[in-house]
Design a protein around this ligand. Sequence first.
Ligand code: SAM
Length: 359
Amino acid sequence: MPRVIPLADARTTLQHAAAPRVTPTGLLGDAHGRNLRDLRISVTDRCNFRCVYCMPKDAFGRDYPFLPHADLLTFEEITRLARVFKAHGVEKIRLTGGEPLLRKHLERLIAMLSEIGELDLTLTTNGALLARHARALKDAGLNRVTVSLDALDDGIFRAMNDVDFPVAKVLEGIDAAAAAGLAPVKVNMVVKRGMNEHEILPMARHFKGSGHILRFIEYMDVGHTNGWRMDDVVPSAEVLRIVGGALPLLAVDANYEGEVATRWRYADGSGEIGVVSSVTHAFCGECTRARLSTEGRLYTCLFATQGFDLRALLRDGSSDERISDYVAAIWLQRGDRYSAIRSEHTVALPKIEMSYIGG
Ligand code: SAM
């Protein structure tokens, strides 16, 4: 029998019908005054990798019950919700998963989202299928991509993705994305102690001067399947000591308020890197992100225990106005700040797997 990952109790205290009218002004603030600006949409819960810290094989084996296709939001449903969110202030949409490039005809969705207009459209991918799709994604209206890459050493990379996928193919994908104009390409490296910290400097050297922006991500306690321990986290301060010790760095201002990565540029002018200190320096205070799961549940935090069922409204004949009011009601009462209150006690709280909620 497959081990089924317990999803959050999706019942909600907020009743669909009870949401009061909130005229969208593009300035929807939550309980801590944080405006809704970014929406991450998971387009599939499936992935072609089994990264040991994200979808370990013992939990996500061959018989794992992934969502049936009918449960996934359709492209039309996603686009309809995107319009609602945009009216409430969303400026940027990131498609993610699972592995988003496994969703068939994804470029059609991108074209539909692009027609909404004035949205920054981005995608996070493991890069395995990127070389094949980069041009079509760009032509459909995608602005940029972020590629996850945890090591340059082929052996370490294959061990981490756990499906024996070669690093060369991901590097090809990054090149293809840049050539297609999906630039600057961001490359995200999750650093896990004892697994790939020796790859920090080789990765920095490789991408220095390439025009791509390498970002080091602290390993987080998302989900329950990865057996996270604080000892496995390599703090950003350590990453900066390693990179800066060999390749001098200077601090750079954030591009915009709420940017998750702290930016650093090489003193010799050959590019920049970023560090995302999700564990050691929580950035909940500036978090403007909402997440839409593959089956249409809205989560207001990566560590949320409860999602709000928007698919039910999409499929019961509700008007756009009713859906809009429900989204507003959810955001207005949002008070999460998990990373700011993280402790050994919160680690055990029920959480959603990253592959389901969207990374
Ligand atoms: N398949 C796509 C990809 O690989 O980019 C998108 C989904 S994946 C869940 C998104 C990102 O989440 C990847 O960069 C992955 O490394 C990161 N991730 C997964 N589990 C994580 C964890 N426990 N801590 C930090 N990042 C994690």
